[in-house]
Structures are given as structure tokens and as C-alpha cells.
Design a protein around this ligand. Structure first.
Ligand SMILES: C[S@@+](CC[C@H](N)C(=O)[O-])C[C@H]1O[C@@H](n2cnc3c(N)ncnc32)[C@H](O)[C@@H]1O
Length: 313
């Protein structure tokens, strides 16, 4: 067992003992061991002013019409599109210094994907496309394939209009891709299946890219995507699938780039297994150990990680 694994194990034991002794919650026990404050009272933010209703003046001939532009509600594609917008369009720099154009919201996973292009990969597969403008259209590869049953976006451009399970049943055993972006159903059991199936079809030096591995908070990692007939920001339980591999797969190199809710990268190689101190996949334990459990790195460290994990036997 390595020093890091020993420390994780010892801290886990300490937290359990402390909880038994004091009767505090598991979260508080971990906070005690790691010397962090739990439930520190946040300063109340000043109440937001009611958003003024914007008015747009439209001139039609002699008449002038005033249109009220109220905030759009509901689950239309347009409002869904709006809510996902994070940063304005513009030129972005990737971790390895090249510039690319972000045509819509800053879904930086595209930055990672484009970075992977440094290997001149030619075959790309996206599991879960939804609106192709968000990612699929931005990837320039000789061969592109997409799988999506079309649950979310009306104009489904996937050439395989089906679930990922049906897709992997259908394709021939020898079919391979260099980059497989897993962004379909974000529930741990499905992500595990997608990862295992994708590994069977990954070229020798290829990558898996897995979206939403580092949820911002406990709400984001809930199981239900749609609630009360509405979509809210959602990462699902993808982190559990990633954590499972971090504790069990010696034959993979894995990291999560700390951007866009965590972009997991998996390639063949090797890794030091994480000591499993979270057998019940509790979010608070994950949160305390996030950096180690995901091997979380910053965008600026990604290029170095790629070089380090190149040609690992
Ligand atoms: C989060 S969206 C994909 C977003 C897109 N990849 C991007 O970068 O913005 C998830 C998509 O997965 C699709 N999906 C849901 N369940 C699926 C499954 N079992 N297999 C494949 N795709 C699935 C949905 O229809 C939806 O379009």
C-alpha cells in the first residue's frame, strides 16, 4: 500500500471512530479529521433586485410597437439552450497553447477533445449528442459517428438513432474509434456499461472522454434529470462510475480535467488504485476526497498529464 493510500485508510478509520465516540454525522466526522469547517454560516447575499422587464421598441411604418420581453420559461429547446450558456462565444486558448474558436457556450470539454486532436486521431464516436452545436459539429475528424435515441433534442443527427446498449449489440466486434465521448445517460450503472463497451472498441492509443465526472454539489448529482416537467442543471451519478474504475482498474490511466463539471479522461496504461473509503458512494465522502478520487487536474496540467501517460505499458 502506498503512503497516500495508507493516509486515506487511517483518516477513514479516524472518522469512523470519531463518529462512534461523539455521535456526529459522517460529514462532520470527516470534517473533523480533515480539519475543515462544516456548515459555516455563509453571509447572506443582498436580496436581488427584481429584474426589470426589458422593453424593445419595434418600428413598423408610422406605428411604434412596444414588445415586452419576459424571461422565457418552460422546457422548449430554446430555453434549454439558454440555460446551458456559460460564457460568450470567442477565441479560447487550450491547455497546450493553441487557440480555437468556441462557437457557443463554453463547454470546455470541446477544448479537451480538440487537444486530443494533437494525436491526429481520425475516428470519433459520441454517445449522446443532443444538440450537435454543443460538441459534435465542432469535432473535425475523418470519420464521425454518433449514437442517440433522440430523447432530448428533436432534430436528432445521430447516424445510430438508438440507445448505447442497442448500438454496442449491433456493431461488429472489430469496429474501432480513437476518441469516444461518453455523454449519454448519466446514471452510474449505464456509464459503467458504456465505459466497458467503449473500451472494447477503443484503438490502442485511443481515449475515452467522459462528461460530468465532478458534480458541483449534491443537488447536481441527483438521479432525476427532469423534475416537475422541467430540466435543471444535472450531472447525474457519472462520478460513481469513474470512482469505481479508480478503485478497481490497474490497467487504465485516468484523470479528470477540472472544467465543465469535470471531464474524465481514460486511456490504457496504469494507475495507482485509490483506497476505497467510500463503499456506499456517499457524496460527502466523495466531496472531501474529490481531488484524489477523481485525480482532478487543472486545464493547465492536462498537456503534462498526456505526455506523462504516453506509451505507458
Ligand atoms: C447531455 S446530452 C448530450 C450533450 C452533448 N454530448 C454535449 O456535449 O453537449 C445527453 C444525450 O444523451 C442521450 N441519451 C439518453 N440516454 C441514452 C442512451 N441510453 N444511449 C445513448 N444516448 C442516450 C439523450 O437523448 C441526450 O441527447
Amino acid at each position: 500500500m502506498t503512503a497516500a493510500q495508507k493516509t486515506a485508510k487511517a483518516n477513514f478509520k479516524k472518522a469512523i471512530e470519531y463518529r462512534k465516540k461523539t455521535g456526529v454525522t459522517l460529514k462532520e466526522a470527516f470534517a473533523h479529521v480533515y480539519g475543515k469547517k462544516v456548515g459555516a454560516v455563509k453571509k447572506k447575499a443582498a436580496p436581488k433586485k427584481k429584474a426589470a422587464v426589458k422593453k424593445k421598441v419595434v418600428k413598423r411604418g408610422a406605428k411604434t410597437k412596444v414588445l415586452k420581453l419576459t424571461k422565457q420559461r418552460g422546457t422548449s429547446v430554446k430555453s434549454y439552450d439558454k440555460r446551458h450558456q456559460a460564457l460568450p462565444s470567442g477565441k479560447r486558448k487550450t491547455a497546450w497553447g493553441t487557440t480555437y474558436y468556441e462557437s457557443r457556450a463554453n463547454r470546455s470539454d470541446k477544448g479537451v477533445l480538440l487537444g486530443i486532436k494533437k494525436y491526429d486521431f481520425e475516428r470519433y464516436l459520441e454517445i449522446g449528442i443532443s444538440n450537435p452545436r454543443w460538441c459534435y459539429n465542432m469535432v473535425s475528424c475523418r470519420d464521425k459517428d454518433g449514437v442517440d435515441p433522440g430523447y432530448e433534442f428533436e432534430n436528432n443527427v445521430a447516424n445510430y438513432k438508438m440507445t448505447s446498449d442497442e448500438f454496442f449489440e449491433l456493431i461488429s466486434e472489430d469496429k474501432q474509434w480513437d476518441v469516444i465521448f461518453i455523454d449519454g445517460l448519466h446514471l452510474a450503472h449505464q456509464v459503467i456499461k458504456d465505459i466497458n463497451n467503449s473500451l472494447k472498441h477503443l484503438s490502442p492509443n485511443g481515449f475515452l472522454v467522459i462528461h460530468d465526472c465532478s458534480p458541483l454539489n449534491v443537488w447536481r448529482q441527483r438521479e432525476n434529470y427532469m423534475m416537475d416537467n422541467r430540466y435543471y442543471p444535472w450531472n447525474g451519478t457519472t462520478w460513481k462510475a469513474f470512482y469505481h474504475l479508480r478503485t478497481t482498474r490497474l490497467d487504465l490511466s485516468m484523470c479528470t480535467v477540472n472544467t465543465d463539471s469535470g471531464v474524465g479522461i481514460v486511456r490504457r496504461g496504469k494507475q495507482e488504485l485509490v483506497y476505497d473509503n467510500n463503499p456506499f458512494y456517499d457524496y460527502n465522502i466523495f466531496d472531501f476526497n474529490r481531488k484524489q478520487h477523481l485525480n482532478l487536474i487543472e486545464c493547465s496540467e492536462f498537456s503534462e498529464w498526456l505526455t506523462k501517460t504516453d506509451n505507458i505499458e
